[in-house]
Design a protein around this ligand. Sequence first.
Ligand SMILES: [Zn+2]
Ligand SMILES: [Zn+2]
Length: 273
Amino acid sequence: MELFDDSRAWALPVFALIILLEAGWSVWRGRQAYELKDFAGSMSQLAGNIAVQLLTRGAILGFYLWLYEFRIFTVPNSLLGLLITAVAIDFVFYWFHRASHRIRIFWTVHVSHHSSELMNFGTALRQPWLAPLVKPVFYWPLPLLGFDPLAIMTVGAFLTIYGFWTHTEQIGRLGVFEWVFVSPAHHRVHHGSNPIYIDKNYANFLIIWDRLFGTFQDEMEPVRYGLTKNIESYNPFVIAFHDIRDTIVGVRHAKNIRSAVAQVFGPPGHQPD
Ligand SMILES: [Zn+2]
Ligand SMILES: [Zn+2]
């Protein structure tokens, strides 16, 4: 998910402090969680993501407000209404995230979140540059159904911040909590390139979506983080755009239209024939 609009600016110094604590704690335990180049790579993605958000959020909010005028219901801004909003956003996020893994054109954007071979709170901030442009493709039904666009933004911000703490190796299993809510163990699996971990645990807040829709995987074996083919680069532009480049190459080498379309809209593993 995206991090930071003005209502979330307070989170930056809090995150910085938590990152310092995690780095210190991991050194104390004898297994350093951070590498400077990798962390800088993550920060470069965060910076670009914030820039794109600042440039686009006015237009996106305007689009949602316009759709909201044609709403079917009106979800009230009561406590119950906000809870329903949270569940609805989390549900849409599940499908947005699942599509981001299973449809190449969305994967070209999301892949940067997965390119770190380390799992730490810095990786949580490795946010795709173009994700703010992709999200409305999935979120537009919410204002049309009757969810207040401002509530979507605010509740969405809290859910995004929730997603920060699940990016760590420093927290173990959490018992019954993991029946309902996404835990660090769940999200470590999501960042794994081990065959059993690929395309699992898409949820951000409620793990029930993965349990319901058949994509849940428990943490069983040690996780190998990163991509099945790692990019071996810390260049911000390579991190952000390497798979867009590869997709264009694949389309140019496609033997026919069908194969070219599959390059863009098929699953990411699709090889040119
Ligand atoms: Zn993902
Ligand atoms: Zn993640």
